[in-house]
Design a protein around this ligand. Structure first.
Ligand code: NAD
Length: 494
C-alpha cells in the first residue's frame, strides 16, 4: 500500500541527515573543514551541508584502504565469511528502505514511491545476489597434462575507487562497490556532488553489517577535486566509473598519466527503440515507449530514439502521446507522481536548451515546457518530437531529460542503419512478432543489450554495459567480478 504525501512530508522533517565523509570507519569532516550545500531540486531548500573533500582526504582514504587490504582483515577472509557480511548489509538496507528512498527523492527529485517500492527493493535484491554468488565462483585448472598443474585463480586487485553519477545514486554505488567488496578489495566511493546522501548513509549500514573499518570509505566532493585525484592516484588499482562519456574519457587519461590503473566505464546512451508494424501488441509497445520518461528521463539506457515503421507511424505516435500523459510532473512526495523534478537548475537549463533546439529542428507534438511546482522550476513536461531525422542535434545528443524523438523508417535495413548511426551503444529495443526478424535485428544492433518486445531490460542476472562510446566493461551478473579481480596462474611441476 502506498504511503500518503503527508506521511513522507512528516518523515522528511524527522530525518537526521549525515553530510560528512566516511574514512576508516568514522564520519569525518573534510581535512580543509570546507562544506557545500546539497539542495532539494523539487523545493530549492538546502537539505544538508556536505564535506567538501579534496586531494588530502583522497590520499588519506587510499592509504587506509591499502593498509586494510594488506592486513587481510577483509581480503583474506573466506568468500563465505564475506558473503555473510554482505547478506547482513542487504538486511540493513531492507530495514532502512523508507529512509533511503526518501533521502534519494529529496536529494535528486525522483518520485519517492517509485524509489520505495521499486528501486530500493532492487538494491536489496542486487546486494543479495552478489553476496550469494561470491562463494559459488570456482577457479580453473588448465588442461596441461601429466607432471604439470596450472592453477588459474581470481585475486582481488587491492584498492578500488568508484565514481558515480546522480541519477540512481544508491543503485550505481552498489553496482560498483558490491562486487568489488565481495572479491575482497578495499573500496573508496565518490558519490555525485548533487546526490551524496544515500552513499553517506550506506557507509553506516556497511559498518553495522560488519565491514571492517577502512575497507569501505566515502569521500564526498566535486569531480575536479575528488574524482580527478582518485583517477590520478598512484596507489589505486582500479577505477570504476559511471557517468558521462566526456568525463569517462578523462579517466582514461588519468590512468595513462599515473599508474595505468584499470578503468571501467559506464557512460552515455541514445538508445534506439524500433517498432515494426508487425509488433503483436502496439498498445503495450506504446506504454513501453513512454517509459523513456521514467526517472525524469535521467536514465543512460532510456529508449530516447523511437524508430517507427512508416505504415503505423501516425497511429502509433498518438498512442505514445496518450501514454505520456501519465508522466506529467508532480511533487516527488506525492505517491501518484511518476515524474518528479530534474536534479538541479543547471541541468534543467541544459535540457530546456536542447528542447528549444528540438522545437526549431523537428515538430513538437507534446510537452516542451518547463513548469513551476511550489517554489521550484525544475519540472519539465514529458516532451515528444515527431518527424525527427537522425541527423538532427536532438537525435544525436544525450538530453538526459524527459525528451523522446520519434523517427520514421521504411525498411528493416533502414531501421538498423538509423539505430546504429550513433556514437553510443548501450541499450536497444525491437518490437516485432516475427521471430526471425527479432533475431536478425538483435544481431545487427550494436549495443550491450537488446530487449525484444520490451525496453531497458536490467537485472542482476545479466551483464549491463555498452559498446562504442557508451563504455568499457560490464556491471551485474558474474561478469561484474571480472572488473575487480585479476587472473593469477600458478604453474606447478611435479
Ligand atoms: P558526470 O560525468 O558529470 O559525473 C559523474 C561523476 O564524475 C560525478 O561523481 C562527478 O563528480 C564526477 N566528475 C565530474 N567531472 C569530473 C572530472 N573532471 N574528473 C573526475 N571526476 C569527475 O555525469 P552525471 O551528470 O553525474 O550523470 C549523467 C551521465 O551519466 C549521463 O551521461 C548518463 O548517460 C551517465 N550514466 C551512465 C550510466 C551507465 O551505466 N552507462 C548509468 C547512469 C548514468
Amino acid at each position: 500500500m502506498s504511503r500518503a504525501k503527508d506521511y513522507w512530508q512528516a518523515k522528511s522533517k524527522t530525518l537526521a541527515i549525515e553530510g560528512r565523509a566516511f574514512i576508516d570507519g568514522h564520519y569525518v569532516d573534510a581535512a580543509s573543514g570546507k562544506t557545500f550545500s546539497t539542495t532539494n531540486p523539487a523545493t530549492g531548500e538546502v537539505i544538508a551541508e556536505i564535506a567538501e573533500c579534496d586531494v588530502t582526504d583522497v590520499n588519506r582514504a587510499v592509504q587506509i584502504a591499502r593498509e586494510r587490504f594488506n592486513s587481510g582483515v577483509w581480503s583474506k577472509q573466506s568468500p563465505t565469511y564475506r558473503k555473510n557480511v554482505l547478506l547482513n548489509l542487504a538486511q540493513q538496507i531492507q530495514e532502512h528502505l523508507e529512509e533511503l528512498a526518501l533521502l534519494e527523492s529529496l536529494d535528486m527529485g525522483k518520485p519517492v514511491e517509485v524509489s520505495f517500492t521499486y528501486e530500493m527493493p532492487e538494491v536489496v535484491a542486487y546486494v543479495r545476489w552478489i553476496a550469494e554468488a561470491i562463494d559459488k565462483l570456482y577457479d580453473e585448472v588448465a588442461p596441461t597434462g601429466a607432471g604439470d598443474l596450472a592453477l588459474i585463480r581470481r585475486e582481488a586487485l587491492g584498492v578500488v575507487a568508484a565514481v558515480v553519477p546522480w541519477n540512481f545514486p544508491l543503485d550505481m554505488a552498489i553496482w560498483k562497490c558490491l562486487p568489488a567488496l565481495a572479491m575482497g578489495n578495499s573500496v573508496i566511493l565518490k558519490p555525485a556532488e548533487q546526490s551524496p546522501l544515500t552513499a553517506i548513509k550506506l557507509a553506516q549500514l556497511m559498518k553495522s553489517a560488519g565491514i571492517p573499518d577502512g575497507v569501505f570509505n566515502v569521500v564526498t566532493g566535486f569531480g575536479e577535486t575528488v574524482g580527478a585525484p582518485m583517477g590520478l592516484h598512484m596507489d589505486v588499482d582500479c577505477l570504476a566509473f559511471t557517468g558521462s562519456t566526456e568525463v569517462g574519457k578523462y579517466f582514461l587519461g588519468y590512468s595513462a598519466q599515473s599508474n595505468m590503473k584499470q578503468v571501467w566505464l559506464e557512460c552515455g546512451g541514445k538508445s534506439p527503440n524500433i517498432v515494426f508494424a508487425d509488433a503483436e501488441n502496439l498498445d503495450q509497445a506504446a506504454e513501453f515507449a513512454a517509459r523513456v520518461f521514467y526517472n525524469q528521463g535521467e536514465v543512460c539506457s532510456s529508449p530516447t530514439r523511437l524508430l517507427v515503421e512508416e505504415s503505423i507511424y501516425e497511429a502509433f505516435l498518438q498512442k505514445v502521446i496518450r501514454c505520456a500523459e501519465a508522466y506529467e510532473p508532480r511533487d516527488p512526495l506525492d505517491p501518484s507522481s511518476l515524474m518528479g523534478a530534474l536534479v538541479e537548475d543547471v541541468h534543467t537549463a541544459r535540457v530546456m536548451r536542447l528542447v528549444e533546439i528540438g522545437k526549431r529542428e523537428a515538430k513538437l507534438v507534446y510537452g516542451g515546457e518547463q513548469v513551476q511546482i511550489g517554489a521550484s522550476k525544475n519540472f519539465v513536461r514529458p516532451t515528444i518530437f515527431a518527424n525527427v531525422n537522425n541527423a538532427m542535434q536532438i537525435a544525436r545528443e544525450e538530453v538526459f531529460g524527459p525528451v523522446l524523438c520519434v523517427i520514421p523508417f521504411k525498411t528493416e535495413s533502414d531501421a538498423i542503419e538509423i539505430a546504429n548511426d550513433s556514437i553510443y551503444g548501450l541499450m536497444a529495443s525491437v518490437f516485432t512478432s516475427n521471430l526471425s526478424r527479432a533475431h536478425r535485428v538483435a544481431e545487427a544492433l550494436k549495443s550491450g543489450t537488446v530487449a525484444v518486445n520490451s525496453v531497458d531490460m536490467v537485472s542482476p542476472l545479466v551483464p549491463f554495459g555498452g559498446v562504442k562510446q557508451s563504455g568499457i566493461g560490464r556491471d551485474n551478473s558474474l561478469h561484474a567480478f571480472d572488473k575487480y579481480s585479476s587472473l593469477k596462474t600458478t604453474w606447478i611441476k611435479y
